[in-house]
Design a binder for this molecule. Structure first.
Ligand code: S3P
Length: 170
């Protein structure tokens, strides 16, 4: 490993699962940016949003991105919103970044089971509303995700995605 590998994509696109296996396969450390923020702040992401607000979280996210980027070469799974702020692209530009793509239907199905931990989705009541919100957010965010150096559909078994990524970036 001679550089970081950054995984980006919408919430629920599989960044952490793929990232963990990719790091194992490459024999390098894995960092989940949300987990890093959680342990640094001593509070779950949901609580940081609720107690201190989103802009506090976004500042913290930026500081933590800089911090992990200055450390040992690792596979780094970003939060779904991390690439959507220009200041974070000051760190990500020119780096090995991969956009993990996932269909709107798959995202809705996955996130309908896991939305409680996600402050941006927690208040949504029906699956239809969840679908509409994901569609709206994805439309806004796609142009940022498309800045990644590589992209890959996460629609096959995880070990296959990992092997495809390794081939793609080597
Ligand atoms: C967010 C995604 C979350 C987390 C926070 C905000 C977003 O990360 O950083 O809830 O804006 O999309 P995951 O993509 O790991 O769920």
């Amino acid at each position: 490993m001679t550089e970081h590998i950054y995984l980006m994509g919408f919430m629920g696109s599989g960044k952490s699962v793929v990232g963990k296996q990719l790091a194992e396969r490459l024999n390098c450390p894995f960092i989940d940016l949300d987990e890093y923020i959680h342990s640094r702040e001593g509070e779950a992401i949901k609580e940081i949003f609720n107690n201190k607000g989103e802009s506090y979280f976004r500042n913290l996210e930026h500081q933590c991105l800089k911090k992990v980027s200055s450390g040992a070469y690792s596979v780094i799974a970003l939060g779904g919103g991390t690439p959507c702020y220009d200041r974070n692209w000051k760190v990500l530009n020119g780096k090995k970044s991969i956009y993990l793509k996932c269909s709107l239907i798959n995202l809705t199905n996955r996130l309908s089971l896991e939305k409680e931990e996600r402050p941006l989705l927690a208040s949504i009541k029906t699956k239809r509303d969840l679908y509409l919100l994901i569609r709206e957010l994805l439309n806004k965010r796609r142009r940022f995700y498309d800045k990644a150096a590589y992209n890959i559909w996460n629609n096959v078994k995880i070990p296959n995605v990992v092997e495809k990524i390794i081939k793609m970036i080597s």
